[in-house]
Write a protein that binds this ligand. Structure first.
Ligand code: ATP
Length: 229
C-alpha cells in the first residue's frame, strides 16, 4: 500500500492542508493518509499554540467526510507520557514519528511524507534529515515562483546535487518527479490555496468570518470554543 504521512501544527487545519492531501492522494495513488498534529513542533517551541485537543478535534471535523484521511495520535502519546512523569515537554521529531508508523506497516508498504515547500525549505535543519529521505518518498506542494533548483538546493548537504547538475533546474517549475541518488520527491505544483493558519487566527481574533479558509464545522468549533481571541 501507498501510505501518506502529513504532519503539521494544524492550528487550525484549513483548506490548504486538505488540498495538499487530496492532490498527493491523486498524484501518488495514496491509499491512506495519516494526519499527525504535532504536539510540540520543534520549529515552533516557545510560540503560543492551541492545546492539542482543540487542534486534534478540528482536524477530525475537517477530514470526517474523507474515508482515506485518518486522524493520528502518533505524536500525542509522547507528550502524555512526558507530562505524567513530570519530564519537560520534548519536541516531536518527524523521523521518530516515521519510525513509529513504520512499525505498524508491512515492509512492502511505501511511505510518503507530505509537506509544503515553505516547510521543505528548512528540511536540511530537521533532525536526521538523511534518514528521512531513506525512509520516505517526499510529496511537496509548491508555491508560485519556486523552481526545481529551489527544491534540489533545499536538500541536506550530503544528498544535494552539485551546482552543475542543478543549473538547468533553475528554469524548470517545481512540478513532476525529482529522482536523485537517495532522494525521491513528487512535486504537486502550486495548489492555488493561499489559506494559512496565521491568517485564520488573525481573522478569528477580529471576529471576521472564516468560511473562506475552513469548512463550516471547523469555523463553528472555533466560534464555540472561543479560540484565537
Ligand atoms: P502557520 O500559518 O501557523 O505557520 P500553516 O498554515 O503553514 O501554519 P502548518 O500546520 O504549519 O500550517 O502546516 C502544515 C503543512 O502544510 C506544512 O508542510 C505547510 O507547508 C503546509 N501548508 C500550509 N498551508 C498550505 C497551503 N495553503 N497550501 C499548501 N501547503 C500548505
Amino acid at each position: 500500500m501507498n501510505i501518506g504521512l502529513f504532519g503539521g501544527t494544524f492550528d487550525p487545519i484549513h483548506r490548504g492542508h486538505i488540498a495538499l492531501a487530496q492532490a498527493a492522494r491523486e498524484q501518488c495513488g495514496l491509499h491512506k493518509i495519516y494526519f499527525v498534529p504535532a504536539n510540540v513542533p520543534p520549529h515552533k517551541l516557545g510560540q503560543p499554540l492551541s492545546p492539542f485537543i482543540h487542534r486534534f478535534t478540528m482536524l477530525v471535523l475537517a477530514i470526517a467526510e474523507e474515508k482515506s484521511f485518518i486522524p493520528s495520535l502518533l505524536e500525542a502519546e509522547l507528550e502524555d507520557g512526558a507530562a505524567r512523569k513530570g519530564v519537560p515537554r520534548k519536541p516531536n521529531y518527524t523521523i521518530d514519528t516515521v519510525r513509529r508508523l513504520r512499525e505498524s506497516l508491512r515492509p512492502s508498504d511505501r511511505l510518503f511524507l507530505l509537506i509544503g515547500i515553505d516547510a521543505f525549505d528548512d528540511i536540511a535543519k530537521w533532525h536526521e534529515p538523511e534518514a528521512l529521505f531513506r525512509e520516505c518518498e517526499f510529496v511537496v506542494a509548491g508555491r508560485p515562483g519556486y523552481s526545481l533548483a529551489d527544491v534540489a538546493n533545499a536538500l541536506p548537504e550530503k544528498l544535494r546535487p552539485r551546482a552543475e547538475v542543478t543549473k538547468p533546474f533553475v528554469k524548470q517549475p517545481a512540478k513532476g518527479d525529482l529522482v536523485l541518488p537517495g532522494v525521491t520527491i513528487h512535486l504537486l505544483g502550486d495548489l492555488k490555496q493561499p489559506a494559512s493558519a496565521t491568517a485564520i487566527r488573525e481573522a478569528a481574533a477580529k471576529g471576521k468570518p472564516l468560511g473562506r479558509f475552513v469548512d463550516a464545522p471547523v469555523a463553528e468549533y472555533i466560534r464555540k470554543m472561543g479560540l484565537y481571541k
